[in-house]
Design a protein around this ligand. Sequence first.
Ligand SMILES: Cc1cc2nc3c(=O)[nH]c(=O)nc-3n(C[C@H](O)[C@H](O)[C@H](O)COP(=O)(O)OP(=O)(O)OC[C@H]3O[C@@H](n4cnc5c(N)ncnc54)[C@H](O)[C@@H]3O)c2cc1C
Length: 366
Amino acid sequence: MKVAIVGGGYAGIATAIELHKLKSGTTVTLFDGRDRHQKITQWHKLARGEEPAKYEIEFRELADRFNFRFVHKTINVAALLKNPIAELGGNFDAVVVAQGSHSPVQPAGVVTLDALRDDVNEKNRVKNLRNRHVSVIGGGPTGVQFAFEFAARGNKVDLYEARDRLLPTFDHSLGQTALKAAAAHGIEVKLLTEFLRFENGTVSGKSGDHHVTGEADYVLFVPGVRSTPAFTCDVYGRVEGLVAPRFAAGTRSSAQQTEGYPTQQKFYAAGDNSYFSGRGLNTKSAQAAVRKGQHVARTLVADAKGLPPKDYTYPELGYFVSLGPKNAVGYLLSQKTAFSGPAALFMKEAIEKQYNLYLAGLNVYP
Ligand SMILES: Cc1cc2nc3c(=O)[nH]c(=O)nc-3n(C[C@H](O)[C@H](O)[C@H](O)COP(=O)(O)OP(=O)(O)OC[C@H]3O[C@@H](n4cnc5c(N)ncnc54)[C@H](O)[C@@H]3O)c2cc1C
């Protein structure tokens, strides 16, 4: 069986590794617009002054290790859905789409996550940012992790969040812990404040009916990511439909949000751009991306052998957000058990090490 994987992030790489591990006899070709796999969950450490190379690994190296072919190419996903053979330059028995997510908009003057992933000047700038006035837009895990790193390097940091708390997609207790730690690190958190623009060194926002302004030398814009297109899948990871573009930023909650699936090809999806039916974890997270990638590989092999695949049932095991180089907050199993301090930091680092080992060829996932 010839399998094409579009996107070599956490999901795409997990699919390739699992297919290799299963000794499935499949021939795998992985397409990515970048030449290196990025361990993006550690990207905030660039603001710690660390080298991006520490968190990247060449696809060619992974291809040798896990026996796949790497093609350095950005795939036009809309064209892929209409005519996979033309877009992939050949015929494949199955296609796994795992192109992840991207910054939804690019306001003038600010730095988005996409720019930080690709622009070498931006990577260097964030790495060397010290004793400046920095604004971070977005109080989710990405914004919080960057804000604490900036503060630890002597920057004055303002953190803007449109909702009424930090880490708003988690239990209240995590946001409270982050808020207290932010105060201790001199980070000014502006809750219920919507970013409008950044012009001539001034950040403009709106808080209720009030106009809010603040000065900044540098603005990092990370209020969330979008996946377009995003795919609805069955409980095995086979694509059933496309999420209507207006819903692609959030979590699909009903079948009405799905648009028709335009092609008869054998498509599968995994990662941030996929919503599996059933009770397995569907968050936009590396944890879900790895598990979905592994699951799709198993489904592919079962489908090829004409065997019934298994349901995707992976439950969330926990989540940790670093609060600078010396602290973190998170939970194991239940969000009601949130904790911070050295134990949380240890867990955060252990999760990253687990992924490093996985890329090295040692599967230590339970
Ligand atoms: C700073 C930061 C910290 C985070 N921390 C955590 C954390 O602690 N825990 C956690 O679980 N999650 C975390 N996340 C979220 C996590 O990184 C994402 O959910 C995860 O990367 C999704 O994996 P993915 O494979 O779907 O997408 P990605 O990892 O983004 O990979 C997508 C890949 O597809 C490629 N690609 C995109 N478009 C195309 C195309 N058209 N053609 C070919 N290739 C394409 C890209 O180059 C990329 O290699 C964090 C994210 C950030 C930004």
